[in-house]
Design a binder for this molecule. Structure first.
Ligand SMILES: Cc1cc2nc3c(=O)[nH]c(=O)nc-3n(C[C@H](O)[C@H](O)[C@H](O)COP(=O)(O)OP(=O)(O)OC[C@H]3O[C@@H](n4cnc5c(N)ncnc54)[C@H](O)[C@@H]3O)c2cc1C
Length: 367
């Protein structure tokens, strides 16, 4: 009898040594999907990965289909300096295309006060005429800021990891942390930019990208938003959400289309309870060695996870800003090809509370 116990014990030890580490990932957006893929690349068959997604894979990378045409409705532009994303796209065998093309205009609620041209030299001349040298100074400022962001890749390559976002930004360049302490509008004014430039072009871009004015955004996120209106932008042919879909596929993770209700630390493992709050019968609990939560957890998020058994409570300060994406369908004007090249195919406005029309962005670019 004792002999049998020993055999059973030895078998369980052997099993424990060869069993893959069970990893549960909550969230099927780019965060969760890339985590699954990188874990697989690093640990191969030593990881048994399960990924929970309560909605559709992609999260805030999403497309909407209207009248048989597909449009980006979430994260639409990828900066080519984003080395992680660019490498991911290439390694997943996806193709890119320029994120935005064509011309844009600034709409003041009654008329277009500025329109770019299909010829970049003419656009530059028009910008210089309206805003003086501020546009070129802003370009220089953005290049300098992006160069600081670039510092993160060598740190990541050397195996560095950070506990908080502040630590991560600090490691890139301490001057970037200071930018989080003042609004974009104030920072630009202190840096000598003209009021008209900030209230017109800068405001139009931040409203378009974040639905917020430059006095409501801190300077770091504001500069990131302004870089997202530059010309080094790309997107995935057919939709950015495919990065998520392919990453999950190639990671070999088991996809569980379930909502995670709670994560409990028992001292040895993590118990993940899934199901739908209104349906007690739908609840299931599974055990994992490691759990990665890649989904928003602030107080305002109805789908946030309940954390149990942790030695200290986790803090998730702040709330999310809700952004609406409006698609406007309109009849294209009849015009000559030459005239069409000079008509703004994207309109930004800073006067977005004025009606009619409440026009924030018109994008004709199909995927
Ligand atoms: C309109 C819009 C435009 C944007 N434009 C750009 C852009 O042009 N360029 C850019 O770089 N970024 C842009 N962003 C930001 C970018 O899209 C996001 O930062 C990024 O997609 C977030 O990815 P994530 O994986 O962190 O989170 P998410 O994409 O939010 O993924 C989290 C996932 O977790 C799931 N989930 C949540 N709770 C649970 C639960 N309890 N159980 C199971 N699943 C759960 C959600 O359904 C979701 O799919 C934009 C965002 C929006 C909304």
């Amino acid at each position: 009898m004792y002999h049998c116990h020993w055999i059973a014990l030895i078998l369980s030890v052997v099993a424990a040594r060869v069993a893959a580490v069970k990893i549960g990932i909550v969230g099927g957006g780019i965060g969760g999907a890339s985590t699954a893929l990188y874990i697989r690349r690093l640990f191969g068959d030593d990881a048994d990965i399960e990924l929970f997604e309560m909605g559709r894979l992609g999260g805030r990378l999403a497309v909407e289909e209207l009248d048989g045409h597909r449009y980006e409705a979430g994260g639409s532009v990828i900066h080519t300096k984003n080395r992680c994303m660019m490498e991911l796209i290439e390694s997943l065998g996806l193709q890119t295309k320029p994120a935005m093309g064509g011309t844009f205009g600034l709409w003041n609620g009654r008329e277009l006060v500025f329109t770019s041209s299909a010829w970049s030299a003419i656009t530059s001349a028009k910008l210089l005429w309206r805003y003086g040298s501020d546009v070129f100074r802003l370009r220089r400022l953005l290049s300098a800021t992006l160069a600081k962001f670039d510092g993160i890749y060598s740190l990541l390559d050397s195996g560095a990891a950070y506990d908080t976002v502040e630590d991560l930004i600090m490691a890139m360049d301490p001057s970037l942390v200071k930018l989080t302490g003042l609004p974009l509008s104030q920072y630009l004014k202190l840096s000598g930019f003209q009021e008209g430039f900030i209230s017109e072009l800068v405001t139009a871009v931040t409203l378009n990208n974040y639905g917020q004015r430059p006095d409501r955004l801190h300077a770091l996120v504001g500069l990131v938003g302004l870089a997202g209106a530059g010309d080094e932008l790309t997107s995935v042919l057919g939709g950015n959400y495919q990065v998520v879909e392919r990453a999950v596929q190639q990671s070999g993770a088991t996809l569980r289309s379930e909502r995670v209700l709670a994560v409990e630390f028992t001292g040895e493992s993590f118990l993940v309870t899934t199901g739908w709050a209104a349906e007690p019968d739908s609840r299931q609990t599974r055990s994992y060695d490691i759990v990665v939560v890649a989904a928003p957890q602030t107080e305002d998020q109805p789908s946030r996870v309940e954390w149990l058994g942790l030695p200290a409570p986790l803090q998730f300060p702040g709330t999310y800003h809700q952004l609406s994406v409006t698609f406007v369908e309109a009849q294209a004007m009849e015009m000559s090809a030459l005239a069409a090249r000079n008509v703004a195919n994207m309109a930004y406005t800073r006067w977005y509370n004025r009606s009619p029309p409440d026009l924030r962005k018109i994008e004709h670019t199909e995927l």
